[in-house]
Design a protein around this ligand. Sequence first.
Ligand code: DI6
Ligand code: FE
Length: 410
Amino acid sequence: MNAACGLLLHARLATLEGADCGLLADGALAWRGGRIVWAGPCAALPRAFDDLRDTAIDAGNALVTPGLIDCHTHLVFAGSRADEFERRLQGERYAAIAASGGGIMATVRATRAASEDALLATSLPRARALIADGVTTLEIKSGYGLDLATELAMLRVARRVGETLGITVSTTLLALHALPPEHAHDRGGWVDFACDVLLPAAAGAGLADAVDAFCEGIAFTPAEVRRLFVAARTHRLAVKLHADQLSDTGGAALAAEFGALSADHIEYSDDAGIAAMAAASTVAVLLPGAFYALGETRLPPVAALRARGVAIAVATDLNPGTSPLTSLRLALNLACTLFRLTPSEALRGATVNAARALGLADRGRLAPGLRADLVLWDVESVADLAYWIAGPRARRVIVGGRDLGGHAEP
Ligand code: DI6
Ligand code: FE
């Protein structure tokens, strides 16, 4: 039997079809050539799939979801920022640590000093941790190089993470993340370089699936981001934005104006920004790990997002400074506990809506024609997924119809 063909029986399928989680009791799912060919009640499974019955997996009524999609990470980096964690515990603020040469620049120094092989070696365990708890698609941003060679190296390493582990990695050039020391007194020069050299180089090498920026008082202005987005448009690259995380800079509206796939964080976005996102179908990516780690208090405008019908995604923001978080399921828990998402909203945020935030139409639901990326969980209900705070719960992780392994049944 081709390993990319298979059949799953007696599962509580969360298909993510329709407005909620599309739950189907005693469900069956068949796939061939790495794609789903049938999903429905066991009792209605057509005879055409009888050849798959011999090797069928009996889920024993366990919950089965699409593979989780972590649509916002900075997973490739070198070094640790545990020292800054201790400084923040003593009362220092993130922005003050950054201003004193720490923060993003501390990671830039470590990342520039690392070889590509060393970067890969430190990144793989983080990706493996995400996969072990159900992630089958991952976005990884650059942004800790802040020079041509290191930014491209980060993107190459991101691609290698996907190739090594057999999962899809969507790469994002985070072209405006921080001002490199070489340009400390030349902001315009750095923005020119990002738009005229870095972005074309990444695009030309096929290393970037999207372009991102950090639009914030301590980072880049809307005018600077606008320049970058115009350049991205010239190179036909999709855009995303770190928007309104620590203050309202109009980032949500700016992202929407450029038809961004997503505006991420958005704690401080106003109603006009949310309305613009709704009109542009820009996904709101909520990042509760950073909110938690920084001790933020301003909640994202979840009620406005719901009222306007903006798709909500949830991601880890895995990074060494503000979200050292290697479990997307824990991000779901935090999104429920801190932001009051329902467990169903949280699961939609890590599947169907996360796929949209990456512009990937071939995944995020269990439906014929889509990739056979799925997770068999050691839980019965969708609420269970977000309820358990720590410890992996994925029994089996299947990517493109092939078993990536998983944890032993309890
Ligand atoms: N927003 C974030 O949350 C990360 N980058 C960004 O633009 C933080 C990055 C870091 O502190 O290393
Ligand atoms: Fe981020």
